[in-house]
Design a protein around this ligand. Structure first.
Ligand code: SAM
Length: 232
């Protein structure tokens, strides 16, 4: 399968603290995701393959381990922002979480996630086709909002990168309860950039360890995984 990751050079030392854009990409377009999930839906129906697990299984495990350590209760209201194939919702349900919602703006993604959840007999997960940037107060009072690759995709939108990022932050503030948690896994933004982006209305809680590598004397991570808390 084509490697569609839009990871910018998150380890470029000159890029560490700025909030500059990397180039736009088709990964920032709805057309791309509609097309990708239509294909993945067909494949799932044919052979039961759920498709891409973005950033791999470990990206879910590390968030789940944090949720356990943070003693997130099993009845916590949890939202998976840009759920894709719904694989994270399946893992959350398998870990006992039972108040789960997933949204995605691609109808094929929602259909795929519905099929994937059904195949696991998980029929009480709420799934909605929705543009997170324009949820108009429909998403609120969540204890935990999870993002794995969605803010990355939104950041790559060729048309409205800065506006999209600002809308994202506001949409997230609206969706979270006071003291609710936000977990973000990103391959396009460094820890410093994410901390800079989610400053006002958020408190940085911790960075989750991700694999790191060394190049030219600089140490960097290919993926950043951070936890924030909503504060008013
Ligand atoms: C890189 S994929 C990650 C999917 C999933 N979170 C995962 O980890 O497998 C990005 C997802 O964000 C969704 N997405 C992008 N922009 C969105 C928006 N404005 N509202 C809702 N979903 C969006 C795409 O349809 C896609 O499913």
């Amino acid at each position: 399968m084509e490697d569609t990751r839009g990871c910018g050079d998150a380890t470029d030392p000159g890029n560490k603290c700025s909030d500059n854009d990397f180039g736009p990409s088709k990964l920032g377009t709805k057309e791309h995701w509609d097309d990708a999930y239509e294909k993945e839906l067909e494949t799932f129906k044919d052979i039961g393959d759920v498709g891409d697990i973005w950033f791999g299984e470990e990206s879910m495990s590390r968030v789940l381990r944090w949720m356990e350590r943070a003693e997130i209760p099993e009845n916590a209201a949890i939202l998976d922002i840009g759920t894709g194939n719904g694989a994270f919702l399946v893992e959350l349900a398998k870990h006992g979480y039972r108040n789960l919602s997933g949204i995605d703006y691609s109808p094929a993604s929602v259909e795929l996630a519905r099929n994937v959840l059904q195949a696991e007999d998980l029929t009480d997960v709420t799934l909605k086709e929705m543009d997170f940037l324009n949820h108009q107060g429909q998403l609120k009072d969540f204890d935990v909002c999870i993002d794995k690759g969605t803010f990355d995709a939104i950041s790559l939108n060729p048309h409205n990168t800065e506006e999209g990022k600002e809308l994202y932050v506001q949409a997230l503030k609206d969706a979270l309860k006071d003291k609710g948690f936000f977990t973000i896994t990103s391959c396009n933004w460094t820890k410093e950039q994410l901390r800079h982006r989610f400053t006002e209305g958020f408190e940085f809680v911790q960075e989750l360890p991700t694999p790191s590598f060394q190049f030219g004397g600089e140490r960097g991570n290919t993926v950043s995984a951070l936890i924030f808390k909503r504060v008013h």
